[in-house]
Design a protein around this ligand. Structure first.
Ligand code: NAD
Length: 289
């Protein structure tokens, strides 16, 4: 089976490619390499023995994308990871985020429709729930006012996809709302390699450990938690990658046509920032500044 993966050289995309190839899927990647490296393809090949087919392309470039689909359209499903994801940058430059994340999505949906491609898995985020009072957070929790333009692109993206499934026969989609993604493949050949300043805790931890950053700043020690630092639900990237395979298999299953479904992908367990740091220090036998 042929699967198109947008953003496939990125952090979650690369781990998902490995799981897809391990399961025998034929994988095609589109990525503009704005936040990933071409060398990731060699790393994937070292893990799976196969180099995925790669096309460097900006999904916002409709003409180029249309040309791509003229030559490659025999896909059983599409997994759409490609997006800009830095919350802080999206507040500095909101139009860039709306333009990139929404144009890429609508271009993709338009061309999927023109080529009768019917199965989509979409990367969303648990940030759509905002500040939550009731735990555990289920898929029925209300969507809150977005805390950033980035978060808003996920809320709008979900609405667009739902709208398409409601009017287009034979089009199905699954939205996965990820909690905080963490970790790397066992081989350590792929992992989280952000091009700019990271926005997530773990790259800050690891970059401080190797001396790339002088110190690790913890934002807040007065949360209403046992150690005063913020608690989040962290999901391992390989578990998340496997959730995409489960979603694909569910979509490709003939009984599941014309459906739109949403699933939270987390562990249901919280870990504090201090617990993460203490665990990292213990396992790496290294003190973080
Ligand atoms: P990433 O930045 O590592 O990967 C995204 C990839 O998309 C990059 O390789 C980038 O070059 C590519 N890309 C961006 N815009 C593009 C465009 N216009 N055309 C072609 N390629 C483009 O990010 P990630 O952590 O792997 O996240 C993947 C998806 O999951 C994103 O949609 C992100 O918003 C979502 N998500 C991530 C997290 C997380 O904690 N990492 C949490 C919730 C949701």
């Amino acid at each position: 089976m042929n699967i198109l993966v947008t953003g496939g050289t990125g952090y979650i995309g690369s781990h998902t490619i490995v799981e897809l190839q391990n399961k025998g899927f034929d994988v095609f990647i589109i990525d503009n390499l704005s936040n990933s490296q071409i060398e990731t393809l060699d790393q994937i090949e070292k893990i799976t023995g196969q180099k995925p087919k790669f096309t460097k392309l900006d999904l916002c470039n409709y003409q180029e994308l249309a040309k791509y689909f003229e030559n490659n359209n025999d896909f059983d499903a599409v997994i759409h990871f490609a997006a800009l994801k830095a919350v802080g940058e999206s507040i500095q430059n909101p139009a860039k985020y709306y333009q990139n994340n929404l144009n890429s999505l609508t271009n993709l949906l338009d061309l999927m429709s023109k080529h009768n491609l019917s199965n989509l898995v979409f990367s969303s985020s648990a940030s759509v729930y905002g500040d939550v009072e009731k735990f555990p957070i289920t898929e029925k929790a209300p969507i809150k006012k977005p805390e950033s333009p980035y978060g808003d692109t996920k809320i709008i993206g979900e609405k667009i996809i739902k709208g398409v499934t409601e009017v287009k026969n034979n089009f199905s989609a699954i939205t996965l709302r990820y909690f905080n993604v963490i970790g790397a493949h066992d081989s350590a050949l792929i992992g989280e390699l952000p091009s700019g300043i990271p926005e997530n805790l773990i790259p800050f931890v690891t970059q401080t450990a190797i001396g790339k950053r002088k110190e690790l700043k913890i934002f807040g020690n007065d949360y209403d938690t046992p150690d005063g630092t913020c608690i989040r639900d962290y999901i391992h990237v390989v578990d998340l990658a496997q959730a995409h395979i489960a979603a694909l298999e569910r979509l490709i299953d003939k009984n599941n046509k014309n459906a739109y479904e949403i699933f939270n992908i987390g562990t249901g367990q919280g870990t504090s920032v201090m617990e993460i740091i203490n665990t990292f220090e213990k396992i790496s036998s290294q003190k973080l500044n």
